[in-house]
Design a protein around this ligand. Structure first.
Ligand code: MG
Length: 408
C-alpha cells in the first residue's frame, strides 16, 4: 500500500506550549493531544506516541494489526499512568490518542478521546471516530443538539482518555480504503476552530498532503487558534498486492517524518521568557464568542482523577489545586470559586471568591448550565469570569419575553 503523508502541528495563538503530538511512521500514523498541569500535557502525548511507535512491523502487516494496535494503546495508557505516579508534578496528566495502521485495501483504527479521524472520499468528508466527550454523550442521550454541543462550556471535558484509569476501553475499527481516499487525523484544536465544511473544502482543494496539513493548521489559527492544532493527512495511492506490504512498511517513508511528536523535549527546563503567568489584562470579563476563542475546559475529568490521588499528597498539591477556577453554586446563587469542585477526605478543595446575585436554580433550568451544581471548570480566573458573564447573558435572554409567545 503506497501512501503519501503530510503533517503539521502548531502551538496556536493562545497557548504557551504545544501539548499535541503526532506520529508518522508508515504504515502507522497517530495524533495525541496531551493535557495536564506543568509540563504534563506534552509529556503524556509524547510518551503515548513513543510507546505506540514501538509497535513492530510484523504486527502491522498481518490480520492481527487491529488487535495489536489497540493493545499498544493500552500499553501507552499504562506508561502514562506509571510516569505520573513516579513524578508527582505530572499527576493528572493525560492524553488523547487516535491511531491508524494502513494496509492494502483497509485501515485499522484505534481511538480514545476527542481527537478525530476523518475520511475524504470523492470530495465528501466523513468522521471515522466518535468523540469520548461529555457533550457527545449528552448528544447521544438526546440531552443536547449537536449545535448546542459545539458551544457547550463542557465540550472539552473527556469521558475517556489515556492516563486516567488502569482500565481503558479502546474504540477499534477496520475500514475499507481505496486509492484516492484521503485520511485526516487531527486534534480538537482544528475541529473546534474550523467547521467540517471548511475542512472538507481545504482537503479537496489542496492536492499535496503537506500543503493540506499546513492549510488546515493555518485555518485554525486564522479562526483564533485557541488551542494547539495538529493535522496529519494520509493519501492512499495504490492498492498494492498484499505481498508487498512487509517490505513497504520499512521502505516507503519518504514523505513521512520519523517519530516527530511535535511536543517539547521532555525534561528540558525551558521557560517562556515573555508573558509571566499573571500577564492577563485587567479588562472586564467578556462573554466569549460561541464556539470560538474560549479555551477548552477539559479539566473536570482530570480533576476527579487528581483528587483521588490528592488524598495521599494533599499539601504538596495545593499550589495546583488553587491555580484552578470554577463556576458553581453557593447557597442559592451562582458563584466563582478558586480550586477544584471536589471534596477529598472531607476536605473541600476550593474557596468561594465571589457570590453573584444570579439565581442558581434559574441558571440550571437552562440547558447549557444544568451541571452548574457540579462546577464548571476553567483554566484561569478570566475564563471563569467569562463563563459567569455568559450565564448572566443567558439568564437575561431567558427572561426576555419571546416575540409572539403568550399573545396568540
Ligand atoms: Mg486540544
Amino acid at each position: 500500500m503506497r501512501v503519501l503523508v503530510g503533517a503539521a502541528t502548531d502551538v496556536g495563538r493562545v497557548r504557551e506550549r504545544n501539548e499535541d503530538g503526532f506520529l508518522s511512521r508508515e504504515p502507522l500514523f497517530a495524533v495525541a493531544d496531551g493535557m495536564g498541569g506543568h509540563r504534563g500535557g506534552s509529556v503524556a502525548s509524547k510518551l503515548a506516541l513513543e510507546v505506540l511507535s514501538q509497535m513492530g512491523g510484523d504486527s502491522m502487516s498481518g490480520d492481527g494489526a487491529a488487535k495489536d494496535l489497540a493493545e499498544m494503546v493500552v500499553q501507552a495508557n499504562e506508561a502514562v499512568l506509571e510516569r505520573a505516579s513516579e513524578q508527582p508534578r505530572l499527576t493528572g496528566m493525560g492524553t488523547t490518542l487516535t491511531a491508524i495502521v494502513v494496509q492494502p485495501g483497509r485501515l485499522h483504527l484505534a481511538h480514545v478521546g476527542d481527537s478525530r479521524a476523518y475520511m475524504l472520499r470523492d470530495g465528501t468528508l466523513s468522521q471515522l471516530t466518535e468523540d469520548h466527550s461529555l457533550v457527545q454523550r449528552m448528544v447521544k442521550e438526546g440531552k443536547l443538539t449537536p449545535e448546542e454541543a459545539e458551544v457547550h462550556p463542557h465540550r472539552s471535558v473527556l469521558t475517556r482518555a489515556l492516563g486516567v484509569e488502569p482500565e481503558l476501553e479502546v474504540d477499534k475499527e477496520t475500514i475499507e480504503v481505496r486509492p484516492g481516499d484521503r485520511v485526516l487525523l487531527c486534534s480538537d484544536g482544528l475541529t473546534t476552530m474550523v467547521s467540517e465544511d471548511e475542512i472538507q473544502e481545504v482537503l479537496a482543494e489542496q492536492q499535496d498532503p503537506q500543503a493540506a496539513a499546513e492549510a488546515l493548521v493555518e485555518a485554525a489559527n486564522e479562526a483564533g487558534g485557541a488551542d494547539n492544532v495538529t493535522a496529519v493527512v494520509i493519501d492512499v495511492l495504490v492498492d498494492a498486492a498484499a505481498a508487498e506490504v512487509g517490505g513497504e512498511a520499512a521502505a516507503a517513508t519518504q514523505t513521512a517524518e520519523p517519530t516527530d511528536t511535535g511536543a517539547d523535549e521532555e525534561g528540558a527546563v525551558r521557560r517562556p521568557f515573555s508573558e509571566p503567568a499573571t500577564a492577563t489584562t485587567g479588562r472586564p470579563a467578556q462573554a466569549p464568542t460561541p464556539g470560538r476563542r474560549r479555551r477548552p475546559l477539559r479539566t473536570l475529568i482530570w480533576l476527579v482523577a487528581v483528587a483521588a490521588i490528592l488524598g495521599a499528597a494533599l499539601m504538596g498539591a495545593r499550589a495546583y489545586v488553587y491555580s484552578q477556577w470554577f463556576v458553581g453554586v453557593e447557597g442559592e446563587r451562582v458563584a466563582l470559586f478558586r480550586g477544584m469542585p471536589v471534596e477529598v477526605l472531607g476536605y473541600e478543595l476550593h474557596e468561594v471568591v465571589e457570590v453573584t446575585p444570579l439565581s442558581a436554580d434559574e441558571a440550571m433550568q437552562l440547558r447549557p448550565w444544568r451541571q452548574l451544581a457540579d462546577g464548571i471548570t476553567a483554566d484561569s480566573e478570566e475564563e471563569a469570569r467569562s463563563i459567569l458573564a455568559t450565564i448572566e447573558l443567558d439568564l437575561a435572554a431567558a427572561q426576555r419575553p419571546r416575540p409572539g409567545a403568550g399573545s396568540g
